[in-house]
Structure formats: structure tokens, C-alpha cells
Design a protein around this ligand. Structure first.
Ligand code: ADP
Ligand code: F6P
Length: 470
């Protein structure tokens, strides 16, 4: 059989076309999806279909590292009603346990359908015969079925990077059956966690009256495979970076700039209400107020890069976080010693690696998160087996990092207690925990993820071999 070619379909194209000479380069961050796929595609002449970020006609983009970039045009209205509306104000909060109230508007659904159709059309015109088409994430749940109508020859995979909610929540969606049927157009539907696959199968039975197990669902004469494939990172890349002399020098300099405190606590998040930033700040401020932490001894570095800035809930969150950081610094900071070092800037990979090397504790405390790759990057960066990971039990990563200091971020007293435990743990205990997490990550890095998903999708196995051979 001829080797199948690969088309990745994601809401965003992973490119930065703002270079002065008109050249394009990878835009990796901030956000987990591109970070996960980038290390794989650098070695495969694939096609990536997505939105280039602007409005109006899609720009013509050069290939980047052999990857063909195909833009999908979106109008101002499409961006407002599809990306900011249905994707990020209806589905996003609902899929994250409705920690913010999901908003429903009929015109957002219309835009979601329209934009999904446009993506499916572009892919249908782009994909080679028998190609593998790998559709990513909640923005494009209708694409598998729409694409199958036009291109029954291609093999279609769908992977959801975010949680898939329990039936009680999903049932709130006015167009719930259509969304499910859209995903079921795929040959393989992948989730981060087994519970999500279970939720999906239950809904297929309940809403569409299909015969379903957690592994497969019968749709007419097709069998759709379902499963958990926890996404990961390129561990070797981060480990190499984190061990580079210039990165270590930068890490030492930053520790000095922080006043050489006994402890550095770090958080790195997109500014998103799912990330639990406010709860964490509250716990920290209470520890300062109780006198159990002192600004002179402990530095908190909060990196929170703004995200989805035109969506109302994100604007409100940023205002609240910034007010709280101001209050904490006003109340507990000293001259030259802020209580919270608050940064909204993007960092390059080396900068992130240096931050991870400075941090004695990385606090990752989302209220709900599909995976959280920041937690995995930290573990990868700790080539010295040092540092402590404080991890919410509601992040996908918690199922894998059972040796993290796990917390329920809604329980403020528990959060405070566990942060102190992480700060006070002995070096021997920290090393034991970090080693075990590093062993796990080594076995389950991004190549293992791609291998297991693509082997399940492409029965020839050829594509998985090409993408994951080192
Ligand atoms: P999400 O996909 O919800 O944004 P993840 O933790 O899975 O969350 O992925 C976030 C990705 O974005 C990580 O690869 C992380 O390194 C990157 N990132 C987060 N904040 C920054 C920042 N300030 N600068 C650069 N990259 C960032
Ligand atoms: O899976 C979560 C996700 O939507 C990814 O698709 C993306 O990498 C990240 O969050 C950032 O989101 P956005 O594309 O809205 O900036």
C-alpha cells in the first residue's frame, strides 16, 4: 500500500508571518496544542490546515520546515461568533466543569457550523487520496462528519485536547446531538483521559441510541474507535535546553535578581479562569498573612500571558487578578521586595527552561485542565532531579504524576498545607518523587503519544513509524 500522507487540521496555523522579509517561522506558544505537535511535524512533510489569525482572505504562506501551511479564511463575524463565541464562551467553560457560566446564542451555533464546513471544504480540496486527516480540538468537532461526506477515502482521526464533560453537563448544549454526530464522523476519537472516553460512549448511547463501549461505537456499518491517549511533550528537547550553560547562568542570575530567597515558587499559565490563578493567589496571601510564609524568604513568580482578550470572562479575570496582585503587593511587599513577581510576557523556550530551573516549587493548580503541559515541561527540565511539583488533581497530568504533591485547588486550607509540605520536604523525598515522574515521562513522551494514536488510526503503521522514528 502507498504510504499515506498527513493533514493536521487545527483552529490555528502555527506560524508567525510577521517577519520583516516575508518569511514564516513556527509560532509555538502560548498554548499546548502547537507545542505538542511541533516536535513531530518537523520531521514529516505534512500539511497543516488552520486559521492564520487575521480576518479576510487567507494569506498565502510559505512552507515551514517542509510543512505546507494552508490558511482557512475567516471574517470578523466568524472570529467573533465561532472562535470567541461558541468555541470559547460556550464549549470551553462547559467542558471545564462550567467553572464559568457557559453562554448560549443561536447565531454562535450557526457560525460554528459555517466555519466547520469551511474547514472541511478546504481539507477536502487539499488532502491527497487516502490521506490521514488528524482533526484537533473542540473548535472543529463537526469537521470529521462534514469531511467524510465529501471524502470517504480519507482516514479521519479526531483528538480532543480539553476535557470531555460528564453527560449531565454535555446535555445542557442545545445542539448536543449534532456535536456528537460530528465527532462520530471520525474513525478514531481520542481523549486525554479514560473517563472522557467513557462519558462520550455513554452519550452516544443516550443521545443517538448507538451501541457503544468505552473502546468502540457502532455507527451504521462503521466502527468508530474510542480511547484515551494522554498528550505529552518532547522531553529530550526540554531536558537538553534546561541543561545548557547559558540557561543555567540565566537561572542563577534570576535567582539573584529575586534576592536569593530560600524558596522560589513559580506558576506559568495562560490567563484563563480554568487555571485557578485567583485561588492560588488567595492561598498565598493567607500564608503571608498567617506569617507562615515571609516575603523575604519566599518569592512567588506568576507568569500569566493574556489570552482570548476580547472574550468578556477573560477581561474580567485579568482585571480581578491584577487587582489582587496589586493588593497583595501593597499589603505584604517591602521596598525592593514585591510579594508577587507578576509577568504577562511570553518567554522563549530557553527563558521558560531557565524559569523551571529557578523554581523550587512549580504550582500548577487548575480547577480543570485537559492535560497541562507546563507540568510536564517542568518535570522534563529538572535534569537535576530537584524541585517539587504542586499539581491539581483536576489536571489531566495528575493521572500520570501520582508522585506530585497533589491538591484540590478548591480547598484553600489543603492548598496552603500542601504548598508548605512541598516547600519543607527533604531533598531525599523530592528526589524520589521527581525521579519517578521523570521515569514516567521518559516512557510517555510526545513520540509515544503520536505512536499510540497514529497506530490506532492508520492500520498500516507507516505514518506512526515516520513521525516517531528518532
Ligand atoms: P493550555 O493549552 O491551556 O494553554 P498547557 O499547559 O497544556 O495549557 O500548555 C501551555 C503551553 O504554553 C506550554 O507549552 C507552555 O510552555 C506555553 N506557555 C505558557 N505560558 C507561556 C509564556 N508566558 N511564554 C511562552 N510560552 C508559554
Ligand atoms: O487545547 C487548548 C487550547 O485551545 C489549544 O487549542 C491552544 O493551544 C490553547 O488552548 C490556546 O488557545 P487559543 O488558540 O485560543 O489561544
Amino acid at each position: 500500500m502507498r504510504p499515506r500522507s498527513l493533514v493536521v487540521v487545527a483552529n490555528r496555523l502555527p506560524v508567525d508571518d510577521s517577519q520583516p522579509d516575508g518569511a514564516c517561522e513556527w509560532r509555538r506558544s502560548p498554548g499546548g496544542l502547537v507545542g505538542a505537535l511541533h516536535p513531530l511535524l518537523r520531521r514529516e512533510p505534512a500539511t497543516w490546515v488552520g486559521w492564520a489569525g487575521g480576518t479576510g482572505p487567507a494569506p498565502t504562506l510559505p512552507d515551514v520546515d517542509g510543512v505546507r501551511m494552508v490558511g482557512v479564511p475567516l471574517s470578523e463575524e466568524d472570529v467573533r461568533d465561532h472562535y470567541e463565541g461558541f468555541a470559547n464562551a460556550t464549549l470551553w467553560p462547559l467542558y471545564h466543569d462550567a467553572v464559568e457560566q457557559p453562554v448560549h446564542h443561536r447565531r454562535w451555533w450557526e457560525a460554528y457550523r459555517r466555519v466547520n464546513q469551511r474547514f472541511a471544504d478546504v481539507v477536502a480540496e487539499t488532502a491527497d487520496p487516502d490521506a490521514v486527516v488528524w482533526v484537533q480540538d473542540y473548535h472543529l468537532q463537526l469537521v470529521p462528519a462534514l469531511l467524510r461526506e465529501r471524502r470517504p477515502d480519507v482516514r479521519i482521526g479526531f483528538f480532543l485536547h480539553v476535557p470531555f464533560p460528564p453527560p449531565e453537563l454535555f446535555m445542557q448544549l442545545p445542539r448536543r446531538s449534532e456535536l456528537l454526530a460530528g465527532m462520530l464522523g471520525a474513525d478514531l476519537v481520542g481523549f486525554q483521559r479514560a473517563q472522557a472516553a467513557h462519558n462520550f460512549a455513554q452519550l452516544a448511547t443516550r443521545l443517538l441510541d448507538l451501541t457503544a463501549s468505552d473502546e468502540q461505537i457502532q455507527v451504521g456499518d462503521r466502527t468508530v474507535r474510542v480511547g484515551a491517549f494522554p498528550v505529552s511533550i518532547d522531553m529530550a528537547e526540554m531536558a537538553t535546553l534546561a541543561d545548557r550553560p547559558d540557561v543555567l547562568t540565566r537561572a542563577r542570575r534570576w535567582r539573584g535578581d529575586l534576592g536569593d530567597p530560600r524558596h522560589v515558587v513559580l506558576s506559568v499559565d495562560r490567563m484563563d479562569y480554568i487555571k485557578g490563578i485567583e485561588q492560588r493567589l488567595k492561598a498565598y496571601s493567607e500564608l503571608l498573612a498567617d506569617g507562615r510564609l515571609k516575603v523575604h524568604d519566599t518569592a512567588l513568580v506568576q507568569v500569566a500571558v493574556p489570552s482570548r482578550e476580547r472574550v468578556a470572562q477573560y477581561q474580567v479575570l485579568r482585571d480581578r487578578v491584577e487587582r489582587e496582585v496589586g493588593r497583595i503587593n501593597g499589603e505584604f511587599g517591602r521596598v525592593g521586595e514585591p510579594a508577587v513577581h507578576y509577568l504577562t510576557q511570553p518567554f522563549d523556550r530557553a527563558g521558560l527552561a531557565a524559569l523551571y530551573r529557578v523554581a523550587d516549587v512549580l504550582a500548577v493548580t487548575p480547577l480543570r485542565d485537559g492535560m497541562n503541559l507546563v507540568a510536564k515541561e517542568y518535570v522534563a527540565a529538572r535534569v537535576d532531579d530537584g524541585g517539587a511539583l504542586l499539581l491539581s488533581e483536576f489536571a489531566g497530568a495528575a493521572a500520570e504524576f501520582t508522585d506530585a504533591f497533589q491538591v484540590n485547588p478548591h480547598d484553600l486550607d489543603g492548598l496552603k498545607r500542601t504548598l508548605l509540605a512541598a516547600l519543607q520536604a527533604s531533598p531525599t523525598e523530592l528526589r524520589r518523587r521527581m525521579r519517578s515522574m521523570r521515569d514516567h515521562l521518559r516512557e510517555h513522551d510526545i513520540r509515544a503519544w503520536a505512536r499510540s494514536y497514529l497506530t490506532a488510526l492508520d492500520e498500516t503503521g507507516g505514518l506512526a513509524d515516520r513521525l516517531t522514528s528518532s
